[in-house]
Every structure is written in C-alpha cells, then in structure tokens.
Design a binder for this molecule. Structure first.
Ligand SMILES: Nc1ncnc2c1ncn2[C@@H]1O[C@H](COP(=O)(O)OP(=O)(O)OP(=O)(O)O)[C@@H](O)[C@H]1O
Ligand SMILES: [Mg+2]
Length: 315
C-alpha cells in the first residue's frame, strides 16, 4: 500500500536537546490521523519537518510520495499547513484574504474571486465575507484559515492545533469543517491536546509524549488499552494515599492522587468495580464527599500510558 505519509526514525534536536526522538508513523490516504500530546511534546516540530519548514537531524519522511529532504518542492506543491497561530491579514476582509491566497498560488484573478466565494460560503462565513478579519471571532478565524488552506486543493492538509483556545461552540464548528475536508477525499493530519477531539475526528491516533510515540491505534483501541472510565473520589478531609491503597490492596485498580490532594483517581473497566470501590472506602470510614465516573482526560491517558510503560520496563 502506498501511504500519504511514511516516516521512519525521524529526529530533531535544538541546542543539543533532542525533542523528537526517532518517531515512526504511517498515514493512509484519505484518513484523518491525529497526533495527540501535551504542551512541548514535539507536535509542531514534527509537523514542521513533515511540511519541509524544518530540516530533520535523522530519519526519513516521505510525504505525498516525495522525500521531504530531497524533493521538498514536490512535497510543498501537494500539501498545505494551517499553523498553530493563524496566518491571516487582519486588515483585509475574509473574502480578500482567500482571494489573496488563491492568487499567490497562481490562480487567475477572475477564478480567484469565484473560488474564494464558493469556499467562504461552504465554510459558513458568507455573512461575514466583507468584514475585516480583525473583527472575526477566534472560531471564525480558524475556519477562514482552514478555508485558505484548501483554496489550492492540496492532497494533504496539516492542521496544527486547529481548536486550541476556542470555546466549545466554535470548536464544534471547526470539527464540521474538518469533516468536510475528509468528505472531499483529502488526507488530514491534525495535532491536538484534547483526547475528545482526536476521539471525535480521527481514524487513527498516535500519542506523543516527550518526543516519542507512546501509543498508537484507533480511538477505540486506545481507550480500551488504557481501560475505560476514570473514577474520581473527592474526600472532605485529607487521608494518606497508603491508607487508601491498603484498603484496595486486592483490587486491580491503580490509585493516584490528583494535584488536588483531596482527589483520588483510578481507571476502572466496569461500573461494578467502581461501585465496590466506593462502597469499600465508605464502609472503612474514609470521608468520601462525592465521586464521579467519567471519560479519562488526556492527563489520565498519559499517566496510565506512562505508568504501564514503567511497569513493562520493570518486569
Ligand atoms: N526553535 C526552537 N528552539 C529551541 N527549542 C525549541 C524550538 N522549537 C521547539 N522547541 C522545544 O522543543 C520542544 C517541543 O516543542 P513543540 O513546539 O514541537 O511542542 P508542541 O507539542 O507543538 O507543544 P504545544 O502544544 O505547546 O504547541 C519544546 O520543549 C520546545 O520548547
Ligand atoms: Mg505546537
């Protein structure tokens, strides 16, 4: 199978500090691939190498069939990048921004206008097309930025944190736009700090932490691998972690303390186990104030993944 992206052993250091540590990735044509990781994990650095903005120190990357190092020009013709910080002209209107991008990419003036009009309409910004971008909301900017990235009809689109800093409503609108890209057959690589976003959009996810891919799979595989839901237990007064772990010594749960010392968390596979755990704590006079059973946050995914790595290494 020919991949849209095939990366082997890619690495990058800044001032002797290795921030991308030999990653391998394969993205299939037409899929949405999410690179999920916290601040500083190496997402933007990786994207910048794949989009030829940054030279790798080691490894190879073939993007849209071309080598990023030796055939950078061929790669650039086939891709577009929407960066972490929007690259729009604040003084121009939404429509003028798109027209400018279209013309810069070699489109004749008359076509540039009609392509831009079609595009701004399909991204739900028709009403705002004659307003200057300086007056757009964060969500509108993001959508316009993505609209600009497809004016040139790339095979492959990179979106670096397309929804960071947006309110939930705008985030959903950006998701709709991303789904549209997939609908027209574009391969999409996006980076995100949000498990929920990767879960909503991605066919496959790679979790990156400190420059390494620590897990990879479909959203379902990934969530199954870290084990279902998170049980959070809030106490009304502090209790030693040892006391809690002692009480649960025969339980398969790994208990850890949140930043807030009154909150204990554990990944649980089934509601029954969550119920038994809460019951056991209460019947041993642990001052449980309340408890919730919810989706794991990205932090919890990382904790679980890095924890199981440590255990693997130790065994
Ligand atoms: N030009 C640079 N010079 C020195 N260090 C850099 C440079 N660019 C990135 N770094 C460092 O490399 C690491 C990875 O940064 P990167 O921007 O790739 O992370 P990220 O996953 O995109 O994070 P964020 O979610 O905050 O955007 C960080 O520790 C960062 O400080
Ligand atoms: Mg980044």
């Amino acid at each position: 199978m020919e991949y849209a992206i095939d990366v082997r052993g890619l690495s990058k250091s800044f001032q002797g500090n290795e921030v991308v540590k030999g990653i391998n990735l394969r993205v299939k044509k037409g899929e949405l691939f999410a690179l999920l990781g916290p601040n500083g994990a190496g997402k933007t650095t990786t994207i910048n190498m794949l989009t030829t903005l940054l030279k790798a120190d080691g490894g190879t990357a073939v993007v849209a069939g071309y080598d990023v190092e030796n055939q950078a020009g061929d790669v650039r013709k086939r891709i577009s990048l929407t960066g972490q910080f929007a690259a729009l002209d604040e003084g121009l209107t939404g429509l003028q921004n798109l027209e400018m991008v279209a013309k810069l990419s070699g489109c004749p003036s008359r076509d540039a206008r009609s392509i831009s009009e079609d595009s701004i309409r399909s991204f739900g910004l028709w009403e705002a097309k004659d307003r200057t971008v300086g007056h757009y909301s964060g969500g509108m900017r993001r959508r316009l930025d993505i609209a600009a990235s497809i004016v040139t009809q790339p095979e492959l689109i990179f979106l670096d944190e397309p929804t960071t800093g947006l309110d939930p409503q705008s985030r959903i609108q950006v998701w709709e736009v991303v789904r549209m890209l997939l609908g027209i057959g574009t391969t999409v690589v996006l980076t995100t700090q949000y498990l929920e976003e990767a879960d909503q959009l991605a066919d496959r996810i790679a979790v990156i932490d400190q420059g390494r891919i620590i897990a990879e799979g479909t959203p379902t595989q990934l969530k199954a691998s870290i084990g279902g839901k998170t049980l959070s237990i809030q106490l009304s007064e502090p209790v030693e972690l040892e006391r809690i772990t002692e009480l649960l010594v025969d339980s398969p749960l790994e208990v850890y303390q949140d930043d807030n010392s009154l909150v204990y968390k554990m990944a649980v596979q089934e509601a029954k186990l969550a119920n038994e755990t809460v019951h056991r704590l209460l019947s041993n006079d642990i001052p449980v104030e309340y408890f919730t059973l919810g989706e794991p946050s990205l932090d919890e995914v990382f904790l679980t993944l890095t924890h199981s790595k440590t255990k693997e290494a130790a065994s």
